[in-house]
Design a binder for this molecule. Structure first.
Ligand SMILES: [Zn+2]
Length: 415
């Protein structure tokens, strides 16, 4: 196979993904448009027609914008690959006469920066125009800039040593380097998820222990009743950036904590917040986190096996505009390939994720919170202007959670 063939195969998969995603996007937009006039029966008791119309308008605006952003980013990626820019940039850093690992790391960071700046106008518009228009955005320009600088510094601190270690394994660990690299990266990922809630998340948000009071008492009682060991319940100042609300578990082992957004607490009743918490405890009890982690390790393993097969294959490098094979080149090439060559697996992951959500909902219902969970979900759906009527194929493909209607119905069925 020569580099021309490789380009052709890449382009075929690239456009398959683009066409399929655009098709789904259009399908979904048309469906929202079609169902726009009248509140669907299952929501009639909870959602007035003005709110329903607002949901439709918000999701139409977001859907249209994401189609546009997708097309623009595809153009950017193709330009980057087929203009030979990647090869020129790689050559530029090699000529610096620094250590080859440093040249490699600089190259990977430069490509990431280029992609970041290509996407920047879209993220600015999304946040400061679209989200602003619907009253979600709470972020100021200066907070946006500070977040960006912090994320950049953090990714240098986290990824530069990881990349250097990977280059070193490729250089000196022999034919089984990729197994060692996999083990190292998996361990690294575990380590980062351990320190994330303690060291990284606090750089961006303030976490305050939930104050003593009736909610705290009820949470402690609930945890006791479900024999669940809570290491800490924290309230996060999500309202600094957005009015969207959420709750999640974070960390592993003893660093595990429950995080409730302040926006969630301000809109739910105490019993509804407990229902959301029972759902989160359900995820823990059913070991969903560990399953997700195992799946991500399996993908990491596959990725390193593929790197090992391809990292010296010259035609592949030529197809992406590189003049020579390199350690840094293969990681960039694979990151450009990962979307087009795996997008058809998306429903596999979203189906499993939705199954987990159903299980966690059932757990909360069995714990006695069925009604409260339903009203909590409806309230959060309204607050977040959720799409109440996604096209079934679109939600099947993309949704990590069942639609609001599906969840309400499943909880009723579990009663
Ligand atoms: Zn969940």
């Amino acid at each position: 196979m020569n580099s021309g063939d490789i380009r052709l195969i890449y382009l075929i998969f690239f456009f398959l993904e683009l066409v399929w995603e655009s098709f789904l996007g259009f399908l979904n937009l048309r469906y929202i448009q079609k169902t726009r006039g009248r509140v669907p029966e299952e929501f009639a008791a909870f959602v007035d027609s003005a709110t329903y119309e607002r949901c439709a308008a918000y999701n139409l605006a977001r859907g249209r914008f994401s189609l546009l952003a997708q097309a623009a980013s595809s153009l950017g990626v193709l330009a980057l690959i087929f203009s030979g820019a990647l090869g020129s940039l790689d050559a530029f850093f090699r000529e610096w006469n620094t250590h080859p690992y440093i040249a490699g790391i600089l190259f990977i960071f430069s490509v990431s920066l280029i992609l970041y700046f290509l996407a920047l106008p879209f993220s600015l518009y999304s946040r400061f125009v679209l989200e602003e228009r619907y009253g979600f955005n709470k972020m100021t320009g200066s907070l946006f800039a500070r977040d960006a600088v912090k994320s950049l510094a953090l990714s240098v601190i986290v990824f530069a040593p990881l990349l250097a270690a990977l280059f070193w394994f490729m250089d000196s660990a022999g034919p089984l380097w990729w197994l060692i690299a996999f083990g190292f990266t998996a361990g690294f990922q575990l380590f980062v998820s351990l320190v994330y809630p303690l060291l990284i998340a606090p750089l961006f948000n303030k976490f305050t222990a939930l104050e003593e009071g009736s909610l705290k008492e009820k949470i402690t009682a609930l945890a006791g009743r479900l024999s669940f060991h809570i290491k800490g319940v924290f309230v996060m100042d999500g309202s600094r950036r957005s009015r969207h609300s959420n709750a999640y578990f974070t960390g592993l082992g003893s660093a595990k904590r429950i995080v409730l957004f302040d926006t969630l607490l301000s809109s739910l009743t105490e019993d509804e917040a407990l229902a959301v918490l029972a759902h989160e405890i359900g995820h823990e009890k059913k070991k969903h986190l560990y399953r997700r982690l195992a799946a991500s390790f399996a993908m990491l393993f596959a990725a390193f096996a593929i790197v090992n097969l391809l990292y010296r294959w010259e035609p592949l490098f030529a197809a992406f505009g590189f003049s020579a094979v390199s350690y840094q080149g293969i990681f960039v090439i694979l990151s450009f390939c990962s979307g087009p060559f795996t997008f058809f697996l998306t429903p596999l992951f979203t189906c499993v994720s939705r199954l987990h959500e159903y299980q966690a909902d059932r757990y909360a219902a069995a714990a006695g919170y069925a009604r409260e969970l339903q009203t909590a979900l409806l309230r959060l759906g309204k607050d977040n202007l959720a799409n109440l009527t996604p096209h079934p194929l679109f939600s099947f493909w993309h949704y990590s959670h069942p639609t609001l209607g599906e969840r309400i119905a499943a909880i009723s069925a579990a009663l």
